[in-house]
Design a protein around this ligand. Structure first.
Ligand code: ATP
Length: 355
């Protein structure tokens, strides 16, 4: 059941068959560019089908609005996410600035959670079953300092590992592993980068000692890449510094055959290590070449919404939505990018039917 604040959403799944939960779930919804409006319409259609009331608080982060009033656009987004503590964000064009970077800095996001799982029905060259949660420190690593040249033939940059975000990532990973009843692998190059990655592993081990029932092991990152390809089932929750997380995410997506059919979550934390703000977004860009044609694949946006539901305690609904998206794709009820024949609305309808 949906209430929204006037964005161009449309419901397409008919009446909700459930009783409504009296407490509405309020979500800041960051609208972007290209296929953003179509992704939002799909999310609203699915939300209509849920037995809870979902209220979307629309924020205009389209390029047009960001260019005409940049400060106001981001201030409005911040006010909305501060009010609701959760946001769903659709793809945005990077022009003057990267909206993702601005939001990360302003929200203080320090951890990115990227689940990557095998999608039945999506062709892949890898036969193993992947079901991996990549918990990545979202700041530091080699990404803060573009470096500098020393003469013609030498360049240096600083690599940063910080205690606070590493601790937050490790704590998030162990809490998740506890829920999933699995172990945690922390990974880095701690035998080479002894100071930086040594600190990261020291922090991960410190957090591990607070979770005696959750197995923990440290693995060298290069060895992990090799072993994860051979035996992905040995890796359920992996926590790692920023750039390694970037590499592993793309490799894992390659193993499941698609970079685009996944979602991720960004989190900031309070002093007690509890999630303060959470933003969920589909992987993939604005796809300007197909925008407005009704053919884009909304799976990643729906999986982002599923993560949001799980995060807000609607675990059962989150799982059902996840299963509905995966089930539709597995049955060949997919969009053209995955070899199917359905348009965005028809695919969304197939997901709604499964809910
Ligand atoms: P951006 O600059 O926002 O990253 P882009 O077009 O350069 O946009 P993507 O948006 O990642 O990069 O698109 C890459 C290709 O994948 C395009 O051909 C696009 O149509 C396709 N694509 C991306 N997202 C989807 C989607 N949700 N459904 C179907 N095709 C998609």
């Amino acid at each position: 059941m949906v209430r929204d604040s006037g964005w161009n959403s449309k419901a397409g799944c008919g009446d909700t068959p459930f009783m409504a939960d009296p407490a509405p779930l309020r979500v800041a919804e960051f609208h972007g560019d290209g296929i953003s409006a179509e992704l939002s319409a799909a999310v609203h259609s699915v939300a209509e089908k849920l037995p809870i009331q979902v209220e979307f608080h629309a924020v205009d982060l389209t390029l047009e609005n960001r260019e005409s009033a940049p400060q106001k656009a981001y201030d409005t987004a911040m006010a909305a996410i501060e009010e609701h503590r959760i946001a769903l964000k659709y793809p945005t064009v990077t022009a003057q600035e990267s909206p993702n970077k601005v939001l990360r800095e302003r929200c203080g996001f320090s951890v990115i959670h990227r689940p990557v799982a095998t999608l039945a029905g999506v062709p892949t060259r890898h036969s193993g079953k992947v079901d991996m949660h990549i918990i990545r420190v979202a700041v530091g690593g080699t990404y803060e300092d573009a470096g500098r040249r020393i003469g013609d033939d030498v360049a240096v940059s600083i690599r940063v590992i910080e205690r606070k975000p590493s601790q937050e990532a490790a704590l998030f990973a162990f809490r998740l592993a506890e829920r999933l009843d699995c172990g945690v692998v922390s990974t880095s190059k701690y035998t080479i980068q002894r100071a930086t990655d040594g600190l990261f592993e020291e922090i991960a081990s410190g957090v591990a000692s607070r979770f005696p029932g959750t197995p923990h092991r440290s693995e060298l990152f290069d060895a992990l890449l090799y072993k994860a390809v051979l035996a992905p089932e040995d890796y359920r929750v992996v926590v790692l510094p920023n750039e390694y997380g970037d590499f592993l995410s793309d490799m894992a997506c390659g193993m499941v055959g698609s970079l685009g059919v996944g979602a991720s979550a960004s989190y900031s934390f309070d002093e007690a290590g509890e999630v303060r703000l959470a933003m969920f977004d589909p992987a993939g860009g604005t796809a300007p070449d197909i925008a407005g044609q009704g053919v884009c694949n909304p799976s990643a946006a729906l999986l982002a919404f599923s993560m949001l539901l799980t995060h807000t305690g609607h675990t059962e609904l989150g799982s059902r939505l996840d299963a509905a998206v995966r089930g539709a794709i597995a049955d060949g009820q997919s969009t053209r990018d995955l070899g199917g024949e359905l348009g965005t609305e028809a695919f969304t309808q197939a997901v709604c039917d499964r809910l």
